[in-house]
Design a protein around this ligand. Structure first.
Ligand code: ADP
Length: 495
């Protein structure tokens, strides 16, 4: 086999990163770069695709330089990406017809409402496992077709290509030779039937999207062509693609049904592996493709909380009660569990399992003695309570994780993880390498390139750093959860 390293690109919402691993999944070098966010109107969020591309080429060059590596040293490339974000470009010139519309963008809320009134919600839910919500790519594509001059005609003439960010990067890396995506990214578009694993004609016609725009859907570990762009410096095969949250599940070696990961970055995303069964949630969770390897589809149940680590940034930047996110740990340790103050960080509404976009945040239960320490601690606690709500919804859907694997920036906080274990009443495992997302992309590439023989071999590469065992008495947990449920009830827009 050619090369001694794997190269993984993680194109995230606020930054792009490239990490080079050896074949034992150890980090050899990495480089990261932020790029600008564009907010043209309230509720709209865009990225300049050229800025994304420039950041990806810069960090890829940077990581190769730091590793002292050239193309011949790389066995394969893996890509993971911010999901749902939508790009349309010209097949001939490669030029994008509009900025990338980011997953957070809400401009198609009314359009979704209209489709819901037309009765499309049940079909969407049944075929895609998703909700009729602006979050996903379908209505973003429709918006570009309907609002950018000449784009619909060009699309209908087969001159344009749509992609989520993985597809866009693949197109650029291969010099326009490959227009493909993987099943996890496809499963977030509202256009992909997760049961038949094919683009769905009925949905395409409901959103008035021409089939010719769409990429070919491949397995997560597959032959995606050869990246020959200058930033690589030679031909290297692209062998793995997965959306960021699915890549994190793979990086956590979550290959068995029931295995569950929770990622704590800006927000919190939980995915439970449900095996070959596409479980339809009756508790407002999403059904999604967790991975597709060797043609076998593994499904997942997913729930997301909009505000997790960003609540720490709120304490730091808006309330100005901490200097840095890590300071929250010492404060919580000194304060101890707070029983009467509840912070509900519903700054952008409540995500799963409530889906209440009009809810807003609140601090409840203040007394004369409540101060900064209680508010900081209660904010950390709120992230654990929200995870508990997701896990409870999963349990009601029949998936009861016996342990949860965590990753993301916030899991450096041991106090938070102990409280999380106490509230969930299951052990919380933190891996050695908490950068599960980019590691997942490297795993996929390594698997396809033959560096590792099977997903089971990948599982042996996963190393545990710490396990947090639940210690709290049931009575205390019940009292805390009752207080939290009451606080959430008070912030709901409809009670
Ligand atoms: P993203 O990938 O979404 O940018 P990261 O995985 O890098 O996020 O995590 C960063 C988030 O974690 C920030 O929102 C920060 O507030 C939070 N964070 C980082 N360290 C800690 C800590 N020790 N305690 C609590 N939160 C933390």
């Amino acid at each position: 086999m050619k090369g001694k390293f794997l190269l993984a690109i993680d194109q995230g919402t606020s930054s792009s990163r490239t990490v080079i691993y050896d074949h034992g999944a150890h980090v050899v070098a990495s480089a990261q770069q932020e790029f600008p966010q564009i907010y043209p109107q309230p509720g709209w969020v865009e990225h300049d695709p050229e800025a994304i591309w420039e950041s990806v080429t810069a960090v890829t060059r940077g990581a190769l330089r730091k590793a002292g590596a050239v193309a011949a040293d790389i066995s394969a490339i893996g890509i993971t990406n911010q999901r749902e974000t939508t790009v349309i470009w010209d097949r001939e010139t490669g030029e994008c017809v509009y900025n990338a519309i980011v997953w957070q963008d809400r401009r198609t809320a009314e359009y979704c409402e209209g489709l819901r009134r037309d009765g499309l919600e049940a079909t969407v839910r049944e075929k895609t496992g998703l909700r009729l919500d602006p979050y996903f790519s379908g209505t973003k594509i429709a918006w570009i077709l309907d609002h950018v001059d000449g784009v619909r005609d060009r699309a209908e003439a087969g001159k344009l290509a749509f992609g989520t960010i993985d597809s866009f990067l693949l197109w650029r890396l291969t010099g326009g030779r490959v227009h493909a995506t993987d099943a996890t990214n496809a499963s977030r578009t509202l256009l992909f039937n997760i049961h038949t694993q094919a683009w769905d004609d009925e949905l395409l016609s409901a959103f008035a999207i021409p089939q010719s725009l769409l990429p070919e859907v491949r397995d997560c570990a597959a032959d995606f062509g050869v990246a020959s762009d200058d930033c690589i410096g030679g031909g290297v095969p692209v062998c793995g693609i997965a959306g960021d949250q699915q890549a994190a599940l793979i990086g956590q070696a979550g290959f068995e049904p029931g295995m569950t990961k929770s990622t704590y970055g800006t927000g919190c995303f939980v995915i439970a592996n449900t095996g070959a069964a596409a479980l339809q949630s009756t508790n407002q969770l999403l059904t999604t493709v967790a991975m597709r390897i060797g043609g076998d589809v593994t499904y997942g149940l997913e729930g997301s909380v909009f505000v997790a680590g960003s609540a720490m940034q709120w304490l730091r930047d808006e309330l100005c009660v901490i200097e840095s996110a890590p300071e929250s740990e010492a404060i919580a340790r000194a304060t101890g569990i707070v029983h009467d103050v509840y912070v509900v960080p519903a700054f952008a509404g409540l995500g799963a399992p409530y889906w209440d976009p009009a809810a807003r945040g609140a601090i409840l239960g203040l007394t004369r003695g409540s101060g900064r320490n209680e508010i900081v601690t209660a904010t950390l606690q709120s992230v654990a309570f929200q995870t508990r709500d997701l896990i409870a919804a999963m349990s009601q859907d029949g998936i009861k994780p016996s342990v949860i694997r965590v990753d993301g920036g916030m899991v450096a906080n041991d106090w938070f993880l102990q409280f999380l274990a106490d509230v969930l009443d299951i052990p919380v495992e933190r891996p050695d390498n908490v950068e599960s997302t980019v590691l997942g992309a490297a795993y996929l590439a390594g698997y396809q390139a033959g560096v590792v023989r099977s997903p089971a071999d990948l599982a042996t590469l996963w190393q545990c750093d710490a396990v947090f065992e639940p210690k709290m008495q049931a009575g205390q947990r019940d009292r805390l959860l009752a207080g939290w449920n009451d606080a959430v009830h008070r912030v709901r827009s409809e009670r």
